[in-house]
Design a protein around this ligand. Structure first.
Ligand code: FES
Length: 153
């Protein structure tokens, strides 16, 4: 018979790879406690907490964003880079380069460019396409309504 309820982090019945380490157990306890806290204040998950705090802003008219181009908008006290990789398709990104934090400053073809060290990012997905950055741009929720680009964060 297998004992599945024993605390096996210190037992000799399992191999090293099967045992959860103490850091994992502590992290699980902390996440469970955080989930219980969110539940106690009426929020079931961390993503629900983030959504509850998010606001939607009108960033600009759709006509401000050229097809295959980008427009840097100031919205809610921060800069948001809005792109239109195809006619009628809008994306929004944090314009902070994921390499070392410079603000993206131009375009080359359909790529967003950081002039600090030459990283490039897809204006459609935000994925790195060249240079030293290997992490994509932070995406921002975007929608179009009544001829305006709206962003939510
Ligand atoms: S900070 Fe953008 S490429 Fe280095």
């Amino acid at each position: 018979m297998t004992d599945t309820a024993h605390a096996c982090s210190n037992c000799s019945q399992h191999g090293e790879a099967e045992r959860p380490n103490r850091a994992d157990l502590t992290r699980r306890k902390a996440l469970a406690a955080f989930g219980a806290f969110l539940g106690s204040i009426g929020l079931a998950t961390a993503s629900e907490a983030a959504n509850a705090a998010a606001k939607t802003y009108v960033a600009c008219k759709t006509s401000k964003v050229p097809v295959k181009g980008a427009y840097l908008a100031k919205v809610g006290g921060r800069s948001i880079l809005i792109t239109q990789p195809k006619k009628g398709v809008f994306r929004a990104f944090d314009p902070t380069c994921t390499h070392a934090g410079c603000q993206l400053s131009g375009m080359s073809g359909t790529n967003l460019v950081c002039n600090c060290h030459g990283a490039t990012f897809s204006s459609d997905s935000g994925a790195p396409t060249g240079g030293p950055a290997n992490v994509g741009l932070a995406k921002i929720k975007v929608a179009v309504a009544a001829g305006s680009v709206r962003v939510t964060f």
